[in-house]
Design a protein around this ligand. Structure first.
Ligand SMILES: [Zn+2]
Length: 230
């Protein structure tokens, strides 16, 4: 088990950051000069499963910090590094501009509606990369590999033309959040303005929650009943 990849049984050849290093503003892009790259989480990985500097990691950096209602660390990072990086990527700029639509966002907690811009994102790709990160964090946390299937949902992806489904999704997210609150799940992560996670197991269900930039959440269900190889 030692010195093999967090995802597979191949020998590890490098260290992989989870979540990707590029989501954490380097000092020169960091708000008020606060170092947001303290003790980042790394796991051992083989070449195939190391996403550092990959296009997928860049994709996360382009998408995550531009969600609606994030903290000022994300706003500052977006206005400096991320926007510049998006503008220099012609394909991405075109695809975002081409898909921009005005939407109204429903804040369930406050029951408020806000007008904002939405972009089409490649949800499958986004969630796929985030799932890899979930497996890396699981490995970091438990020192064992997660081989069962994961299901995941995020509070920052809106489903088109489906208000009821979006509300439902938000409700499911908050049930998970409450469960983690109730069992007193701790926040892990040395740079919580950028990222922290909580994890707890109740019976055969384990919940893993990622929080990016204060408000963007992804909830992973790990069903320990199901023994399924990935
Ligand atoms: Zn591997």
């Amino acid at each position: 088990m030692t010195n093999t990849c967090y995802m597979c049984s191949k020998p590890a050849t490098s260290r992989e950051h989870a979540p990707p290093r590029c989501l954490f503003p380097a000092l020169k892009y960091s708000l008020n000069g606060k170092d947001q790259r303290v003790n980042m989480i790394v796991v051992l990985a083989c070449d195939e499963h190391n996403g550092d500097k990959s296009a997928d990691d860049q994709y996360l950096m382009h998408i995550l910090p531009m969600s609606f209602g994030l903290n000022e660390v994300a706003d500052h990072y977006f206005q400096t590094k991320v926007q510049e990086s998006i503008s220099s990527n012609i394909r991405l700029t075109k695809s975002l501009a081409g898909s921009a639509v005005q939407v109204k966002v429903h804040d369930l907690a406050k029951d408020e509606w806000t007008q904002t811009l939405a972009f089409k994102v490649d949800t499958e790709r986004l969630m796929g990369v985030l799932e890899m990160n979930a497996r890396a964090i699981y490995f970091h946390h438990h020192k064992s590999k997660l081989t069962t299937k994961l299901s995941s949902r995020a509070n920052f992806t809106l489903l088109e033309n489906s208000l009821r489904l979006n509300d439902l999704l938000n409700q499911v997210m908050s049930v998970g959040e409450k469960m983690l609150d109730e069992v007193g799940a701790e926040r892990h992560g040395a740079n919580p303005d950028v990222f922290f996670y909580r994890i707890a197991r109740v019976g055969n269900l384990e919940l893993l929650e990622f929080t990016f930039y204060g408000t963007s959440r992804i909830l992973f269900d790990i069903d320990h009943n199901v023994v399924q190889q990935v």
